[in-house]
Design a protein around this ligand. Structure first.
Ligand code: HAM
Length: 406
């Protein structure tokens, strides 16, 4: 029997509390507000889904499905797994609810835990959180630009520096020809074992192999951006023009293929230089064929997800802006007044208290430990005169007010 006292959280799975949870909710609240302004509505889908969903969407040849899924057979003999990402479940929901037949444009945002059994590394968790958005039914390249502008707005709100890497992966017209040329080229190279396998399963994944020898071998590989059909080429050029006009800088990376198999046309990643090797803070792109792959009608779609934990490494809550009120009792009889006052004040303020009688110094100490900016105390004298003593921690200003005016 393991010692009960030694039960720990699983490796690469973290509790989120105190300062981290404050940052976490600060991010989710503000990113959600931005998403709502862009016309997205909140959506929840289950964390557990049938394994086949991810095999069909993310792709059997991807590392996520091939190596990293938390997959098991449940008590009803169903082959299920914890979602490794959010898009597949949302497309499943879209098809299941026949929204592909209803027409029109639908925009959803979501946030929640994702699970990937990855090799432990800084910035790489096995349970992590994503904040994401998905748009269905809009094929205009202006929507691609809109999504990128929105991520830019979220990252700028939190004052995060980033580099945007951009590529186009073509469509069902141009991608097959490109793949054929690529395979012909790859067959003559000496690549790592993984890449050799990918040549038959999904050759474009070879392009983003992290192995240095493979990257050197790949230097003359054909580029997808040189093989786009007219429509994809025009759209990609148009996207670049819109981004230029809106002062969004980007780098074209024709090896950016993303680790999930469902992308078509625009693909992008937002990376930061300030968080180590796992530098991708957000990624996404178009997936115009996925609704059809999952049994629905062909529907244009585009989306992205931000890795919340990676982003939180880069932001700070501006505590200066936040007012936290601490109300305390210095005698037994004051607890009742404190209780009433705290309940009233909580309608508009962040209020902390502990309903214990403490001396003046203990209360001040307690308040400061919990980050209070204003301390309000009631003792015998204050009770007698119907007043409350107040101190602004930052300016050190003190005053006594009539309790009704507080
Ligand atoms: P993804 O690039 O696999 O895309 O994940 C998005 C973000 O999640 C990454 O940029 C990264 O910040 C974060 N992330 C991924 N794996 C981990 C990990 N092990 N630990 C910590 N953070 C991680 C997707 O998941 C797509 N569903 C995005 C999308 C939405 N495409 C279209 N719509």
């Amino acid at each position: 029997m393991p010692n009960i006292k030694n039960i720990q959280s699983l490796r690469c799975m973290k509790d989120i509390l105190d300062e981290s949870s404050e940052l976490f909710t600060y991010f989710i609240d503000n990113a959600s507000n931005i998403a709502k302004r862009y016309g997205f509505s909140y959506l929840e889908t289950p964390i557990l889904e049938e394994t086949i969903l991810f095999k069909r969407s993310v792709g059997e040849s991807s590392d996520i499905v091939g190596k990293e899924m938390y997959q098991f057979i449940d008590k009803g003999e169903n082959d299920v797994c914890l979602r490794p990402e959010g898009t597949a479940g949302i497309v499943r929901m879209f098809v299941q609810n026949k929204l592909d037949r209803a027409g029109g444009i639908r925009k959803y945002f979501y946030h929640g835990p994702m699970f990937r059994y990855e090799r432990p590394q800084k910035g790489r968790l096995r349970e992590f959180h994503q904040f994401g958005c998905e748009v269905f039914g809009e094929s205009s390249v202006y929507e691609d630009a809109n999504i990128i502008l929105m991520i830019n707005e979220i990252l700028s709100f939190f004052e995060i520096d980033y580099k945007l890497q951009l590529n186009s992966l073509g469509c069902k017209e141009c991608m097959p020809n490109y793949k054929e040329n690529l395979v012909e080229h790859l067959n003559d190279l000496s690549l790592c074992e993984d890449c050799d396998r990918r040549i038959t399963t999904n050759p474009i994944r070879v392009l983003d192999c992290k192995n240095e020898t493979c990257q050197t071998e790949l230097k003359d590989a054909p580029k997808i951006t040189n093989s786009l059909c007219d429509t994809c080429d025009i759209d990609f050029e148009k996207l670049k023009i819109i981004l230029d006009k809106n002062l969004i800088s980007y780098e074209i990376d024709s090896n950016l293929v993303r680790g999930l198999d469902y992308y078509t046309k625009t693909a992008f990643e937002f990376v930061s230089n300030n968080i180590g090797a796992q530098s991708a803070i957000a990624g996404g792109g178009r997936y115009d064929r996925l609704v059809e792959f999952l049994g629905g009608r062909e529907t244009s779609a585009i989306g992205f997800a931000i890795g919340v934990e990676r982003l939180l490494e880069l932001i700070q809550v501006n505590k200066e802006d936040k007012e936290i009120l601490y109300i305390g009792a210095m005698c037994e009889d004051a607890i009742d007044t404190v209780f009433t006052k705290v309940s009233k004040k909580r309608k508009t303020n962040i209020v902390i208290t502990d309903y214990k009688v403490r001396g003046f110094g203990k209360h001040l100490n307690n308040a400061q430990k919990q980050g209070a900016t204003i301390v309000a105390l009631i003792g015998d004298n204050e009770l007698e005169s119907d007043t409350i003593w107040i101190k602004n921690i930052k300016s050190k200003e003190e005053q006594t007010l009539k309790i009704d005016q507080f």
